[in-house]
Every structure is written in C-alpha cells, then in structure tokens.
Design a protein around this ligand. Structure first.
Ligand code: NAD
Length: 352
C-alpha cells in the first residue's frame, strides 16, 4: 500500500517526521506492507513552482491508498490566481472527501471542565457555506457593490444523506446514538432539507437513537454534559466550529485526530494549524497527526477487512494514550519536557 506524505508548512515537517517514525514502527511490528512517498505541498512548491499544489502532487494523491497531510499556513498564501490554492480544500473536493471525522476524547483522564468527553463529529465536508468549495465554477462569496457582500450556502440531499449514513454506521460501532445538529428553526428550507435526509436514514437504523439539537444549544450542552453525545452529524460550518470546541474541551486541539474520508480516498490531517510561532523549535506536540494516521489505518482496515491494519490502528491509539497519561512523557504544551521526536520515540517504543 502506498501512503503519500505531504509535510506542509510551519510545524508540518516536524510532526510529519514524528508521525512517520510511529507508522514505520507499526509497519514492521504488524507487517502492514506500507510504502511511503513524500512530496511537497504549501509554501515550498509555491516558491519553486508557483503553486501550493502542483498537478503532479494531486495526481500522486489520486493514485495513493492514503494521504498524510501536514498543516498548511493558508493564511500566508496569495490568492488562487497567484498560485495560493488551499491544498486541504482542493483534496477534499477533487477526491470527494465528504466526511470530516473528528473524535474528541479526554485522553488525559478528564476534559477541561473536569468531565470526561468521548464523542466523534461527522462533519459534512464538501458544501455548506464554504465558498471555495461549494460551487462548480466560481466562488460562493461575492460583492455586488463595494458595500455589500453575499455568501451562498449549498445543501444537497445527496451530500446530507451520505454523511448521515456514515454517522449512523459509526454509531452502530460505538454507543448507538446520533445527535444531528442544525438550525432548522431559522434555516427552515436548507437545514430542513438536511433534517429530512437524516430522519430518512435513521429509519434504516432502528437500533440507533436519534436526537436533534439546535446549534446554539449544542454549544452550551457540550460544556454542560459532554457524555450525552456519541456521534454528532452536522453541516460543514457548524461542525468546523463545534468540533474545535469539543476538542478543546477534551484536553486541547493538539490532542484530536482527524480524517477527511470519501468512498475511495482518505486524507489524515491534524486538527490544529501550522503553528508558525513554534515552527523549527522541535517542541510541537505530534499527537494529533499521529492519531489521524491511526484513523487512516482504521479507515483502510474497514475497506479492506484487514485485521492487521485494525490492530495497528488500535495499538497506535493505545500507545498515544499511555504516553500522554505519564507526565514524564508529555510534550511542553502539556507541561512536560519531551520534544516532538522524543515523544514520537516514546510512542513508537510502546508498539510491540
Ligand atoms: P494554530 O493551530 O496553528 O496555532 C494556535 C496555537 O496553538 C499557537 O499558539 C500554536 O503554537 C499552538 N499549537 C498548534 N498546534 C500545536 C501543536 N501541535 N503543539 C503545540 N502547540 C500547538 O492556529 P493559527 O495560529 O490560527 O494558524 C496558523 C496557520 O495555520 C494559519 O496560516 C492558518 O491559516 C493555518 N491553519 C491551517 C490548518 C490546516 O492546515 N488544517 C488548520 C487551521 C489553521
């Protein structure tokens, strides 16, 4: 199996090297047969080739069995016409990665409010308000006059149905509950369409409980009673915001894994950004990208019914948990003393 590695910008190369150290160990312990190919995306190819995502890299992503994508300094990119494509958005659209799966789990014992958290977001990833990806041609955000800006949100039954289905399937493997988050009291037509599709899918999963919660109430309920939630299905922007809240609540953005998955492709990506303030110092916490790589193995395991991949995915998560639990093997953001590569070595050493 060929895994394409795109280290990205800022702390990307450091946390990607750490992730590869863990994956290489898992590869040999579990005899996974993974081969790694590294290419550049982000500011490096922009300087050399005039684009943040060369066509050859897109082709390599299409051909790969899975992709590991480091964080990207997208805020520093020039406009699209000057080569500043957002590689993350391009991959999501061109590889039809419609499910952004973001678990939030209190790995340090309890979350920020002293309550445990163990839930997973299934965020619709290809439409909604995201102007750079919700149109066939052009952008979903425009200015008819210099004092007026409009943003268009796209909601289609097909995209709602497929993310809802993935959410219900995940709930069947977890605590058997789906919470659908929406604002259908205001967006009666667009969120109403999403709710209709979720309810249709729910009928096929009678053993799974479905509740629906309005997005503003969800922001409060996450703080008040996080264990009420198991699988949360929602649209692109609500999911973007609420999954960060849930991650932070579980112990920090640096601790949450994330994949962007479709039916044929999957990209593992950290939940956090490129952290330019600490880039090059060797102190970044690589847990998020390592956990994301573990989720990629789990996605591959399900598609291929491959027990070794499934075992490796479980072992990586357990090794991260064990390493984080011990204050002596934490990175500095968590009050520990280990650098990025030392932390990865401690995780890899637990894979046997
Ligand atoms: P950020 O997540 O990069 O950093 C926020 C804060 O968290 C910083 O203080 C940073 O040092 C810290 N932090 C982040 N990851 C860490 C880690 N692994 N270990 C220790 N500390 C960590 O967010 P930002 O500063 O708002 O954005 C920086 C750049 O990242 C911007 O260009 C933004 O557009 C981009 N970004 C990219 C992605 C992505 O590629 N998926 C996501 C979010 C932001």
């Amino acid at each position: 199996m060929n895994i394409l590695v795109l280290p990205g910008d800022g702390i990307g190369p450091e946390i990607t090297a750490a992730t590869l150290a863990v994956l290489q160990k898992a590869n040999s312990v579990f005899r996974l047969g993974l081969e790694f190919q590294s290419e550049e995306a982000g500011l490096k190819p922009l300087a050399k080739k005039g684009t943040t995502l060369p066509e050859s890299v897109m082709a390599a992503a299409r051909a790969a069995d899975g992709v590991i994508l480091g964080p990207l300094s997208t805020y520093d990119y020039p406009s699209r016409d000057k080569g500043g494509l957002n590689p993350s958005a391009e991959l999501r659209i061109k590889l039809d990665l419609y499910a952004n799966v973001r678990p939030a789990k209190s790995r340090l014992g309890v979350g920020l409010t002293g309550k445990p958290v163990d839930l997973v977001f299934y965020r619709e990833n290809t439409e909604g308000f995201y102007a750079d990806r919700n149109m066939h041609l052009g952008l979903g955000e425009f200015m008819p006059t210099e004092d007026m800006a409009l943003a268009v949100r796209r909601v289609t039954a097909r995209c709602c149905e497929r993310i809802a289905r993935r959410g219900f399937e995940a709930a069947a493997r977890r605590r058997r509950k789906v919470t659908f988050v929406h604002k259908a009291n205001v967006f009666r037509i667009s969120d109403g369409l999403f709710l209709r599709e979720v309810r249709k899918v729910a009928r096929e999963f009678p053993a799974i409980e479905l509740e629906d919660v309005i997005v503003d109430a969800m922001a409060a309920l996450l703080l008040r009673d996080p264990m009420r939630f198991d699988v949360v299905v929602t649209e692109n922007m609500y999911g973007d915001i609420l999954s960060d809240e849930a991650s932070e609540l579980s112990g920090g953005l640096g601790l949450g894994g994330s994949i962007n998955a479709g039916d044929a492709h999957c990209v593992a990506q950290a939940q956090h950004g490129s952290a330019p303030d600490i880039a090059g110092k060797g102190i970044a916490n690589p847990s998020s990208l390592i956990l994301s790589a573990g989720m990629l193995l789990e996605w591959l395991a399900l598609r291929r019914s491959d027990d070794r991949l499934a075992a490796a995915a479980k072992a990586i998560e357990a090794a991260i948990d064990a390493t984080l639990k011990d204050p002596a093997t934490r990175t500095r953001d968590l009050g520990g003393a280990l650098g990025t590569q030392e932390f990865a070595a401690a995780v890899a050493a637990k894979l046997r």
